[in-house]
Design a protein around this ligand. Structure first.
Ligand code: 6PG
Length: 248
């Protein structure tokens, strides 16, 4: 379950844009600003990317807006909140699209991919290896964890009612029965996702309105709506478009 101090962390704030393109532009602009600020402070910022359709738009906007942003992507640590347990280069792999749309065009070189079937015997071994990678090479905390939100309120690969929600002694866990294909995935746990200065949840379209409303409602459970279980140490922002915000 989420860290105990979640209720003590700053309340989530909501920012609404008119549509998915404006939403992607807003998120990309905000992220570039954070990365540039961290580098100006002399830090190597660490960002955890996500998969999904709105993330694709955000990645493309990041690549488009990056020139002139002052961000040196060769000094940005890139991670994933979750990854499908499929071969490197597979279209089903979150990193494949992120590399093509963003990381290669901007010259990101500090990229920490989740092990795939060639490097790990099974999804649990991949999770254990990624756990170690985050512990040994991670900063101890992320600057920004970016998360898409499923229509069932899942974030990363933490799905309602699954055992992975209760994993708290590890930073990454294997998921074998994802209701969203492919079935096998590696996900950061709530502990890891919440070890971040900022957690940004990004959702577009009316199809997410119910999940957003359930996540932001005063009452509810993390078991039913995992998005309720993630908050940044300093900031939690819901970046929505009017469709996704239509239930709040
Ligand atoms: C994944 C994602 C997943 C995604 C949500 C939202 O690997 O599938 O990490 O958590 O972000 O399912 O996806 P959409 O934005 O496409 O609805």
């Amino acid at each position: 379950m989420p860290p105990q101090d979640i209720p003590l962390r700053p309340e989530p704030r909501v920012e609404v844009q008119p549509g998915p393109d404006a939403l992607a532009t807003a998120v990309a602009g905000e992220l570039l600003g954070r990365l540039a600020d961290a580098q100006r402070e002399g830090r190597e910022p660490q960002v955890a990317l996500t998969g999904g359709s709105i993330a694709v738009l955000v990645h493309r906007e990041l690549a488009r807006l990056s020139p002139g942003s002052g961000v040196d992507w060769s000094r940005v640590g890139v991670w994933w909140g979750d990854e499908r347990f499929v071969e490197h280069g597979s279209e089903d792999r979150n990193a494949t699209g992120a590399r093509a749309d963003l990381l290669d065009p901007v010259g990101a070189t500090v990229v920490h991919e989740v092990p795939g079937p060639r490097e790990a015997a099974d999804v649990d071994a991949a999770a254990a290896a990624y756990d170690e990678l985050v512990r040994d090479h991670g900063p101890g905390r992320f600057d920004v964890v970016m998360l898409g939100v499923g229509p069932d309120g899942h974030v990363a690969s933490l799905f309602p009612g699954q055992d992975s929600l209760a994993v708290h002694d590890r930073l990454a866990t294997g998921v074998r029965e994802s209701p969203k294909p492919p079935a096998e995935r590696v996900s950061l746990t709530f502990d890891a996702l919440c070890r971040s200065r900022a957690v940004w949840l990004v959702a577009s379209g009316e199809g997410k309105a119910g999940a957003v409303a359930a996540a932001l409602a005063p009452e509810g459970t993390v078991a039913a709506t995992p998005a309720r279980g993630v908050r940044g140490e300093e900031e939690t922002v819901w970046f929505l478009d009017t469709g996704a915000a239509s239930g709040i």
